[in-house]
Write a protein that binds this ligand. Structure first.
Ligand code: MN
Length: 132
């Protein structure tokens, strides 16, 4: 694996097909590997089985939402150490506090900025945090 991502595995949980494809294409182009889910339950299952380096989590999802899925993953030993970043269009201050409380490492706003996305993701992978 070459490129910025250096083969790191990213789990993308996103129910919008276009958003999912864009995130996947940008990450794979930059040398990340991806696994993908379009609902919260499947996202939780994939996090348990693949133990990705990072999870990108949409908030509004069918079934269990991204907030509840994150709380669940953060409460379990094998997945609690995986950084989870919210992929959301709502980045108001109140939302930010609510997301941090749920265990999110940060937020990447949708629509994603394709020129910066891979570096934002890498920063969260390496624990540097928000690249904004
Ligand atoms: Mn959604």
């Amino acid at each position: 694996m070459s490129g910025l991502g250096d083969g790191r595995l990213i789990l993308i949980v996103e129910d919008n097909a276009k958003n999912l494809k864009l995130a996947r294409d940008v990450l794979q182009f930059h040398g990340f590997q991806t696994v993908e889910a379009t609902d919260g339950e499947t996202g939780i299952d994939l996090a348990r089985t693949h133990h990705p380096d990072l999870i990108l989590m949409d908030i509004a999802l069918p079934g269990i939402d991204g907030l509840a899925a994150t709380q669940q993953l953060k409460a379990e030993q094998p997945t609690s150490d995986i950084p989870i970043v919210a992929l959301t269009a709502s980045v108001m201050r109140s939302d930010r506090a609510r997301l941090e409380e749920a265990g999110f490492a940060g937020i990447i706003a949708k629509p994603i900025d394709v020129l910066r996305f891979s570096e934002q993701v890498l920063a969260y992978c390496t624990g540097v945090g928000e690249a904004s």
